[in-house]
Design a protein around this ligand. Structure first.
Ligand SMILES: Cc1ncc(COP(=O)(O)O)c(C=O)c1O
Length: 403
């Protein structure tokens, strides 16, 4: 693939972006123009292997034909319709999500933060209706990430994201992740829910011990409070099962999804049970674009493709292959402190800041990401091949050997 209409203008557009966009992202200095499968091309025609995947968005790879087909067909038929009327693909996606999870009811919105806002509101309303006015507090985890809107930000257990935006929404308590006793101690008369990512993503790819989520569910049942899973990063096949909680045999009462649900078309969802959903009635909550025909039609195509094309199996196999390769590198380089992951969310924790490694990878034609300053995070499309993984491992080996 060579240059196209942006080829000559690439540099100018990067400058225009720097001049005219609010400076909220530490952007890498390339203009990504095209994508196919696990590859993207920049405005100079340079090819990259994408191990960021839009940060866990493009699980089927870039521009998957089924996604394009669903988009094109739906765009010709109906792009938007108010939620004052029934929307076919919305109903179909809701049914499919329920069929493949513990869920019985779905509310659609447009992003992860919004999905978590709806979860927070539902948990509070449910507790109020069932237990009276005082139950409103939600326990969340240190190093969690739930989004940037004020409610989701307040749920996020990382002070660095709060700074400058106080006062936060009251009613959140933070406890260490994977510590059941800390949750037990934090539960009080005002607690209405516990909210947790089954595997923490932004917080550094942190996995729970095998029984943690089950113990959490039991504790929540015992205390009559709701368990909320934020599966925005780890849902939709990322860990090798459709939803991460399915590894741990511990369903929640509420689950939030977004990111890869429509493989890049903006969408969010909150999946819950019939009983909990009853706390919402017409007027409780809404979203103009939520569950629009375009996004939900693509969501249906994504789900069908994930489940029909043995993509979860590939994710499991490639996840193990990749993890083994990274563990080999850890054997060779003492500065790799830890390698951990499930399926194709994998972190390699370094003794030093990972920014330079990310930059060196970019120079070599690989997109990778770093979170919590020191954890290289890999979130490739779930269709990645062992050959593509080998290419990255070889590049990392070269970069590490230069240190
Ligand atoms: C676990 C988790 N929750 C919520 C969000 C927020 O999603 P969005 O950026 O779509 O609002 C993210 C985004 O990275 C996430 O990883």
């Amino acid at each position: 693939m060579g240059n196209d209409e942006y080829g000559l203008k690439g540099e100018n557009l990067i400058q225009e972006g720097a001049d005219f966009l609010v400076n909220t992202y530490a952007r890498n200095p390339i203009l990504v123009l095209k994508g196919k499968g696990a590859k993207v091309w920049d405005s100079s025609g340079r090819e990259y292997l994408d191990f960021v995947g839009g940060i866990a968005v493009c699980n089927l790879g870039h521009c998957h034909p089924n996604v394009i087909h669903a988009l094109e067909e739906q765009a010709r038929r109906l792009i938007h319709c108010s939620n004052l009327y029934y929307i076919g693909p919305q109903a179909e996606l809701a049914r499919r999500l329920c069929e493949h999870s513990y869920g019985e009811k779905v509310f659609f919105c447009n992003s992860g933060a919004e999905a978590n806002e709806s979860a927070i509101k539902l948990a509070r309303k449910y507790a109020r209706e069932r237990h009276g006015g005082e139950k409103h507090e939600i326990i969340t985890m240190d190093n969690s990430f739930h989004g940037r809107t004020m409610g989701a930000l307040s749920a996020t257990g990382q002070q660095k994201f709060h700074k400058g935006f106080e006062p936060l929404l009251p009613g959140f308590k933070y406890v260490p992740f994977d510590d059941i006793e800390a949750v037990q101690d934090a539960i009080g008369p005002h607690t209405c829910a516990v909210m947790v990512e089954p595997i923490q993503g932004e917080g550094g790819v942190n996995l729970p011990s095998p029984h943690y989520l089950k113990e959490l569910r039991n504790l929540c049942d015992q205390k009559q409070i709701l368990l909320i899973y934020d599966e925005i990063q780890v849902g939709m096949g990322r860990t090798g099962k459709l939803f991460a909680y399915q590894h741990y045999d511990a369903p929640p009462h509420i689950m939030t999804l977004a990111k890869s649900l429509a493989n890049g078309v903006p969408i969010g969802a909150m999946v819950t049970t019939e009983q909990v959903a009853q706390a919402f009635s017409p007027g409780s909550h809404a979203s103009t674009f939520g569950g629009n025909p375009l996004a939900t039609r693509v969501g249906c195509a994504v789900l069908d493709t994930l489940l029909g094309d043995r993509i979860l199996e590939n994710c499991q196999r490639m996840g193990e292959y990749f993890l083994t390769g990274l563990l080999d590198l850890k054997e060779r380089y003492d500065f790799i402190k830890d390698v951990r992951g499930k399926g194709l969310i994998i972190g390699a924790e370094l003794e030093f800041e990972g920014k330079e490694i990310v930059e060196r990878c970019l120079q070599k034609g690989f997109l990778i990401n770093c979170t919590m300053d020191r954890v290289l995070r890999f979130l490739p499309p779930l269709i990645i091949t062992s050959k593509e993984i080998d290419l990255l491992l070889a590049a990392l080996q070269e970069i590490f050997s230069e240190r």
